[in-house]
Write a protein that binds this ligand. Structure first.
Ligand code: ADP
Ligand code: MG
Length: 256
């Protein structure tokens, strides 16, 4: 079982879209997937055909050790993967965790109990470096960083790269950046092409080969409570996420 955080401190960069579509893409090619929503907004939960308002147990209960993952997960039949969901309850976890022991290791410990059940765990992180994100980073083998090829993209990466280095040095020696994923890409925009070239020059093979295009079907899918890959498999953006799923399967075969 390999565990990946989808993280970037910026909001609106495509974290949730990447998490649910990669999960659906991996499920489509036969991988056993658990999607963990670590964002109190619960967008990844809703976008996986699971109603966050009707959750009896959620990732909040798992972090506070009042439920196991086996108890709290939900099967998303439509999407083909399991969901450890989130809702507003999770916003309180931050404060409650502060007083507890091993507060940054809670998710890691819980995931250890289901390690034979999944090939991939994908964690959708909130747009901050909170105790929630830290729980994600402490449990993961790697980080997938979705980014738009815009002017300030590289600058924003510095903070994230430094945080990952710190977590790697102090808390989780397994942690590495698996790769940067170019999302919402529009090749007609010269600047995007330039930033994309810069990224490759700077980060080399840490940049995934797959590029996710800007695609309206991916943006429409959440209003139907589905990943684009499930909502409209024929859309360009959906096909790109299935390509990305294949690339991830190849990558983990090369991981220690
Ligand atoms: P984050 O989780 O980082 O805040 P989201 O995944 O919610 O970002 O994406 C932000 C917005 O961009 C959403 O409205 C989403 O539907 C849209 N979006 C994400 N990826 C694409 C894409 N490849 N093409 C078009 N719209 C996209
Ligand atoms: Mg999000």
């Amino acid at each position: 079982m390999k565990i990946f955080c989808v993280a970037n401190q910026k909001g609106g960069v495509g974290k949730t879209t990447t998490t649910v579509n990669l999960a659906a893409g991996l499920a489509k090619i036969g991988q056993r997937v658990l999607m963990v929503d670590l964002d109190p907004q619960g967008n990844a939960t809703m976008g996986s055909a699971v109603d966050k308002r009707k959750l009896e147990l959620s990732v909040y209960d798992v972090l506070l050790e009042s439920a196991s993952i086996a108890e709290a997960r939900v099967v998303s039949d439509k999407c083909g993967y399991h969901v450890l969901g989130a809702n507003r309850d999770l916003a309180g976890a931050e404060v409650e965790l502060v007083q507890l022991e091993q507060r940054d290791q809670r998710l890691k410990n819980a995931l250890a109990q289901v390690k034979t059940e999944y090939d991939f765990v994908l964690i959708d992180c909130p747009p901050s470096l909170s105790m929630l994100t830290l729980n994600g980073l402490c449990s993961a083998h790697g980080v997938i960083v979705p980014m738009q090829c815009e002017y300030f993209a590289l600058e924003g990466l510095t903070d994230l790269v430094n945080t990952i280095k710190q977590v790697h040095a102090n808390l989780n020696p397994d942690l590495q950046i698996i790769g940067l994923l170019r999302v919402m890409f529009d090749p007609r925009i010269t600047l995007q092409q330039q930033v994309s070239d810069q990224l490759k020059a700077h980060f080399g093979d840490k940049v995934f080969n797959t590029v996710i295009p800007r695609n309206v079907r991916l943006a429409e899918a959440p209003s139907y409570g589905l990943p684009g890959v499930v909502f409209d498999a024929s859309a360009k953006g959906s096909a790109a996420y299935v390509d990305f799923a294949n690339e991830m399967v190849e990558r983990i075969q090369r991981m220690p």
